[in-house]
Design a protein around this ligand. Structure first.
Ligand code: SF4
Ligand code: SF4
Length: 346
């Protein structure tokens, strides 16, 4: 992992906060344990207590995630509170109840990303554990019809990689403004609420790597304009890193180099009030959210964790599928959205 530039260990600005509104979920993904063990929702009162810290930390964007954030019975009240405090809101959802909430969600969220890991009902049910493909597509369409910014996120894995070109067509047909891809995470035992070793058949097998490479080449040729316009969020080079990741899992390549400074400009607060430096690494696991999050972020435990990440001492980083790098001078609202989205929210 490339170390971030030395910029002091304390965090005085936090442009992006990832806030889990619920650790419950209405999906049953094979990659995740939230739906098995999740019980807790973020409360409205805890969110109110967060506000002074967010003001001090000059937070601009709050990404609402989980679990499934729309399962929190107070999601709308919490979203309205954050909006009233001039925060931009980004919803990350499984989309199962999006059709029902589309009108209110469109008013409250500046951007919405829906996880859609299949282009047909059977594959969706196999990956997400629920028969909800049509419902999720209806949710994306309902959001798009309100002119809201809705994008599609695909976690590529063995069960869906052959659908790669179809994902592009489906996202366009549903009215999404963008589609993005990442590789399924099989290297981190504790991500997604998992409580133990994670062994799975999710990653590609050696004899499937050439097929994925071929599909990616075709995509680069046939969808050059979609890469160019940003409709496909990743560059062709970044997409090829997904192939390299699967090849590395098969022992046929090195893992792609990870460049990440996410903990230097963002943090995760879970529904239980834990403060983590990113999705994958635990930080402060106190029983309740501290009164002063800005102080807690610079307490000994989180300083030590961020130092370990910065110096490349955390093994999770070497195989991370979801790293983020932002230049220190470019961490504005627009930096967290692209093209159409950034012009829309500025
Ligand atoms: S991966 Fe996301 S959508 Fe799937 S069960 Fe876990 S929290 Fe829910
Ligand atoms: S685990 Fe991933 S997201 Fe977290 S700091 Fe490391 S590279 Fe970044």
């Amino acid at each position: 992992m490339t170390a971030a530039p030395a910029c002091g260990t304390e965090l005085h600005r936090l442009p992006l906060l990832i806030l889990y509104l619920s650790e419950r979920c209405n999906s049953r993904c094979v990659t995740c344990d939230y739906w098995r063990h999740g019980r807790v929702d973020m409360t409205f009162e805890a969110t109110v207590r967060l506000l002074p810290s967010l003001r001090k930390l000059e937070t601009q964007v709050v990404l609402l995630s989980g679990g499934e954030p729309l399962l929190n019975p107070d999601w709308e009240r919490i979203a309205r509170l954050l909006r009233d405090h001039e925060l931009k809101l980004w919803l990350l959802t499984s989309g199962l109840s999006l059709a029902k909430h589309a009108r209110r969600a469109a008013q409250l969220f500046d951007a919405t990303t829906v996880s859609l890991d299949a282009t047909d009902r059977e594959t969706y049910a196999a990956i997400r554990g629920v028969d909800a493909f049509n419902k999720v597509c209806q949710g994306i369409q309902a959001m798009a019809e309100t002119s809201a910014l809705v994008s599609v996120r695909v976690t590529l894995q063995r069960a869906n990689f052959r659908q790669l070109p179809r994902f592009i067509d489906l996202a366009r047909q549903l009215g999404a403004w963008q589609i993005s891809f990442l590789a399924v995470d099989v290297g981190n035992d504790h991500a997604f609420g998992r409580s133990g070793p994670f062994n799975s058949e999710l990653a590609l097998r050696p004899d499937e790597l050439a097929e994925l490479e071929q599909l990616m080449r075709s995509l680069e040729r046939e969808h050059a304009a979609d890469f160019q316009s940003g409709f496909i969020a990743e560059s062709p080079l970044k997409l090829r890193r997904i192939h390299q990741y699967f090849a590395a899992l098969c022992g046929a390549a090195e893992f792609p180099e990870v460049r990440c400074n996410a903990p230097e400009f963002s943090a995760v607060i879970t529904a239980q009030g834990h403060i983590n430096p990113c999705y994958f690494i635990a930080g402060l696991q106190d029983s309740a959210l501290p009164e002063d999050v800005d102080t807690a972020l610079n307490g000994p435990r989180l300083l030590a964790v961020r130092d370990a990440i910065r110096t490349g001492a955390r093994p999770e980083c070497a195989r991370c599928v979801c790293s983020m790098w932002r230049e220190p001078g470019a961490r504005t609202v627009a930096d967290f959205w692209r093209s159409r989205a950034s012009s829309h929210i500025n």
